[in-house]
Design a protein. Structure first.
Length: 297
C-alpha cells in the first residue's frame, strides 16, 4: 500500500473498515394528511416532522498513524449531528373546462430546518518506513454547530388537455430560503402529442428551470476543528510549523492561514437547469426510450 499523503487531509475522509470506527444513527418521522372535497375541488393539508441523529466515534483514544504498510491506531474524527425539519403544505386542485380540460394545481409550502452538531479531531501522525515522523496533525477544539433555516415556496401548475391527442403542461414556482437570502423563480413547460392519432405513438418534450436548496451543513464548515500541522525532516527536526489551517468559511470573503494562502470558499447558491425529451412507441409490446440531459453550474 503506498504512503498516504495528508497535505490536504479533510475532516470528512470516507470511513473504511481498518479505521476502527463505530457508527450509530436513528431517525424519526411523522406525517399528518387531511383531504377535503369542496364543490369538485380538492384541498390537501399536510403536516410532517422528521428528526435524524447520527454519531461516529473511534473505538479508542490512540492517535491515528499513517504508514506505508497501512493505518494504525484509532480513527481521528468524532462527530455528532442532529437534524430536524417541520413542514406544512397546502395543495388546492380543481378542474375547469375551457377549450379543453384544465387541471389546475396550487401549492404553498412553509418549512423549517435546524441542525445541531459537534465535530472533534484526534491526532494524526504520518511516519516513513522506518517509523520516523514526517508530519503531525493536531486539532483545535471544534465549535458547536447550531444553524436554523426557514424556507417558503409557492407553485401554480396547469395540465391542459386540449384534446384526445394533445396535452400541454406549464407552471411556475417561486421559493425563498432565509439562510441564503435568495428568492428564486423556476418555470416548467411540457407537451405530449399523439401525431398519428391512433394512441400507439406518443411524443413528449419538456423544458424547465429548477433550483436546489443549499444544505445547512455548508454553514457548519466554520465550526470544524482547525488543523495544526507540523512537518519534520529526515533527522526528526521540525521543518515548519506548527501552522494552523482554518476551516473554510461560507461567506464570499476568503480566509487566510498563517502562511498567507487563500483557502477555498463555499458558494451560497446552487443553480440547475435541465431538459427532458422522451419518445414512446407501441407496436404490440410496449417499447420506451428516454434521453435525459442535464447541466449544473
Amino acid at each position: 500500500m503506498p504512503l498516504i499523503s495528508t497535505r490536504a487531509l479533510p475532516t470528512w475522509i470516507p470511513l473504511i473498515p481498518n479505521r476502527d470506527t463505530q457508527l450509530r444513527g436513528f431517525d424519526l418521522c411523522s406525517r399528518f394528511v387531511d383531504r377535503a372535497s369542496m364543490g369538485g375541488a380538492l384541498l390537501e393539508s399536510t403536516l410532517s416532522a422528521s428528526s435524524f441523529r447520527a454519531s461516529v466515534w473511534p473505538q479508542g483514544s490512540l492517535a491515528m498513524v499513517l504508514t506505508s504498510e497501512g493505518n494504525q491506531g484509532n480513527y481521528f474524527s468524532q462527530q455528532m449531528r442532529t437534524v430536524s425539519r417541520v413542514e406544512c403544505r397546502e395543495t388546492y386542485s380543481l378542474s375547469r373546462n375551457w377549450m379543453g380540460v384544465h387541471n389546475l394545481k396550487f401549492d404553498m409550502t412553509l418549512g423549517g430546518t435546524a441542525e445541531h452538531g459537534l465535530i472533534q479531531g484526534h491526532p494524526i501522525n504520518t511516519v516513513d518506513s522506518t517509523g520516523a515522523p514526517l508530519e503531525g496533525i493536531r486539532f483545535a477544539p471544534g465549535q458547536p454547530i447550531q444553524r436554523p433555516d426557514i424556507e417558503s415556496a409557492f407553485f401554480a401548475q396547469d395540465h391542459w388537455v386540449v384534446g384526445p391527442h394533445l396535452a400541454i403542461e406549464y407552471g411556475v414556482r417561486a421559493e425563498q430560503q432565509e439562510i441564503t437570502e435568495t428568492f428564486r423563480i423556476g418555470l416548467l413547460r411540457r407537451t405530449g402529442l399523439d401525431p398519428l392519432r391512433g394512441g400507439h405513438t406518443v411524443v413528449r418534450a419538456g423544458v424547465g428551470v429548477f433550483y436546489d436548496r443549499v444544505p445547512l451543513n455548508v454553514y457548519g464548515f466554520a465550526s470544524y476543528p482547525n488543523q495544526i500541522r507540523t512537518f519534520y525532516g529526515p533527522d526528526g527536526t521540525v521543518l515548519s510549523g506548527p501552522t494552523r489551517s482554518r476551516a473554510p468559511r461560507h461567506h464570499s470573503s476568503t480566509a487566510n492561514n498563517k502562511l498567507g494562502t487563500s483557502l477555498p470558499t463555499v458558494s451560497t447558491g446552487i443553480f440547475k437547469w435541465s431538459r427532458f425529451c422522451s419518445r414512446r412507441c407501441e407496436f404490440g409490446p410496449t417499447i420506451s426510450r428516454a434521453a435525459p440531459t442535464a447541466s449544473s453550474y
